[in-house]
Write a protein that binds this ligand. Structure first.
Ligand code: MG
Length: 395
């Protein structure tokens, strides 16, 4: 059957990351026009992408990288923007009325672009979960005021979003949020203290960037996803049950008030999530392989070990308290994970630095504005660095 649906064009922030590259692949497979790209400082890759896709504009968060890119693209019509302000200015331009902007920037740095995309009245395909972790209430209010849906790209939230077609938000009883359990499933703190960067970066099922791979290994990522789901689907934390599902086939489910459970399954491949966000409310021809359930054989489910993986519980506690506590949790985690990746902190040190920082900023529960969020983010980063210095460099 020929699919004649014309999809809206797309801009991709974080185009050199894992999700960004997969979004470009999906756009190509579906004949979707790409208008703008942004990245941090990988000039070579952005130049290649920009030329191949014949984009209208590019932005580099790093200003020196932007200067280099501008020189490299001097023979083209492509406009180059510089810095975070440049990224926000670029997404506010209209190259197409119906454009969807994929935000796959890593970390809290994705928050300002999220606000800029929604403020411009554009649909947001959100792969940057930190936007909702840090400022979920503000982001959701802005989307509501602009009458815009946020299209989730995170696989679990895409699954829930798809399962929501079987019922209404009011009919949700519980969300079953699945977790692979990470590469260290079943281990206790003693064993975890021996984990090296190399071992932590080998994720069993998903192909992802370094930061999110570590967050998956600590289950911090799953904690962030609980917070993300609370905001996206307007549920309370008590309505979310995290289930360890080692096979990564069922990507999450909704249990409705009639006890019917609607799950979404597929092979684990982010390109499906990106494609659904870009083609919603339609479905397009597959860009991923089909699921062979007989080859999978069986699907297993278990409760997570929150006593060992304390950051999952810390995230659930943080969203219960609310305010800027989730933003503090995220900021401390970004500092701790960077230190671990640079071999300045041991694996369980991530747990300790994050917990210490959250406990040291109890006032974060009271906030009144976006500025408060950014202030607590900064305070948490300084404090986490202090705790890191006190702990002493490992290498
Ligand atoms: Mg996920």
């Amino acid at each position: 059957m020929i699919n004649n649906t014309v999809y809206p064009s797309v801009s991709i922030l974080g185009s050199t990351g894992s999700v960004g590259e997969q979004a470009i692949d999906v756009a190509r497979c579906n004949g979707i026009r790409v208008n703008c790209l942004s990245a941090n400082r990988n000039v070579d890759r952005v130049e290649a992408q920009a030329r191949a896709l014949r984009v209208k504009a590019c932005a580099m968060a790093d200003r020196d990288a932007a200067k280099t890119l501008q020189i490299r693209l001097a023979d083209t019509e492509i406009k180059v923007y510089a810095g975070m302000e440049g990224i926000c200015e670029m997404v506010a331009q209209f190259y197409d009325e119906n454009e969807v902007v994929v935000n796959s920037v890593i970390g809290e740095a994705g928050l300002r672009p999220t606000l800029a995309i929604l403020s411009a009245g554009k649909r947001l395909a959100l792969a940057n979960k930190e936007s909702l972790v840090c400022a979920g209430e503000f982001v959701m209010k802005l989307a509501e005021a602009k009458k815009l849906d946020i299209l989730p790209v995170d696989s679990e939230h895409s699954a829930i979003f798809q399962a929501l077609r079987s019922g209404s938000q009011k009919e949700i009883k519980r969300i079953l949020l699945t977790a692979s359990g990470g590469p260290f499933y079943g281990m206790k703190r003693d064993g975890l203290s021996e984990i090296t960067v190399e071992r932590a970066l080998a994720h069993p099922t998903w192909n992802m960037g370094a930061k999110i791979t570590i967050d998956s290994a600590t289950l911090m990522n799953k904690g962030f996803e609980v917070i993300e789901a609370v905001h996206l689907f307007n549920v309370v934390p008590e309505q979310i049950e995290v289930l360890v599902h080692r096979e990564s086939i069922m990507h999450s489910a909704i249990e409705y008030i009639d006890n019917s459970v609607i799950a979404q399954m597929s092979v684990p491949d982010m390109r499906l999530c990106v494609q659904y966000a870009l083609t919603h409310p339609h479905r397009a021809e597959a860009v991923i392989p089909p699921l062979d359930l007989t080859a999978v054989g069986k699907l297993t489910f278990a409760h997570p070990d929150t006593e060992t993986f304390v950051l999952l519980q810390a995230a659930i506690d943080a969203i219960r308290v609310g305010g800027a506590v989730p933003a503090v949790l995220n900021a401390a985690n970004e500092v701790a994970v960077s230190a671990f990746l640079e071999k300045r902190l041991d694996f369980v040190g991530i747990f300790d630095i994050v917990t210490q920082t959250v406990n040291a900023l109890p006032d974060a529960s009271r906030i009144y504005s976006m500025e408060d969020i950014f202030a607590f983010d900064g305070a948490a980063r300084s404090l986490a660095n202090e705790f890191l210095a006190k702990r002493g460099a490992i290498c």
